[in-house]
Design a protein around this ligand. Sequence first.
Ligand code: COA
Length: 186
Amino acid sequence: MPLPPLLIRPMTADDLDGVLLLEETSFSDPWNRALYEHELNDNRLSRYRVVVPSSTASGLPDVIAQGGWMLFGEEAHILTIAVRPEFRGQGIGRWLLLHLLAEARGEGCDSVVLEVRPSNEAALRLYETLGFVMISRRKRYYPDKEDALVLMLEGLDDARLWGPLAGELEGLTGQMADGEIVNGES
Ligand SMILES: CC(C)(COP(=O)(O)OP(=O)(O)OC[C@H]1O[C@@H](n2cnc3c(N)ncnc32)[C@H](O)[C@@H]1OP(=O)(O)O)[C@@H](O)C(=O)NCCC(=O)NCCS
C-alpha cells in the first residue's frame, strides 16, 4: 500500500486499540492491554514509540507500526517491533528500528540486544543488515517452545558504525515525512 506522510512519536494510552490490533496481526503470542498499560505507566526504563500518519485522514489505520526498547545501563534491549502487514516491505521497520537505536545512543547506550525466532526470516534479515550478530541461543524460549536467537549490535558510540546508520535514518525520516514511498523510492 502506498505510504501517507508518517511520523514517529511516543506511544500513549490512546494508541492502545491500534497497538493491540497490530499485535494480533503480527505475533503468535501477542502482548495484552494490561501488559502495555503496565509498561506505559509503571516502567520508567522502557520507551515505546508508534509510527502514525502525520495528519488524520479517513481510511488509514491509527497505528502503522510500533516498537519499544528498554534501558539497562549502557545496554539497550529491543522489546518489540512490528509493522502492519499491508505496510511491510517499504522501509518502515528499518526506519523505526534506526530511530530506536538513535534514542538508545542518545541515552548513553553503546550496545543493543534483542531476541528473534530463527524462523523469522524478515526480522533476521533486517537485524543482520543493520550489523546485529548472533551472540547466543535461548533454548525453547517462546511459549510454543521455539528457540530464540540473541542478537547484539555493539559500537553505537563509534562514529564508524553510527555515522552511516545516522545518515540512513536522516534520509528515511525525510522520505517518510514526504510519503508516497514504494520500495524505498519517493
Ligand atoms: C520484521 C518487520 C518489523 C520488518 O518491517 P518492514 O517494514 O517490513 O521492514 P523493511 O521494509 O524496513 O525492511 C527492512 C529489511 O528487512 C528485510 N526484510 C523485510 N521484509 C522481508 C521479507 N519478507 N523477507 C526477507 N527480508 C525481509 C530486508 O533486509 C529489508 O531490507 P531490503 O528491503 O533493503 O532488502 C515486519 O516484517 C513485521 O512487523 N513482522 C512481524 C512482527 C515481527 O516479527 N517482529 C520482529 C520480532 S523479533
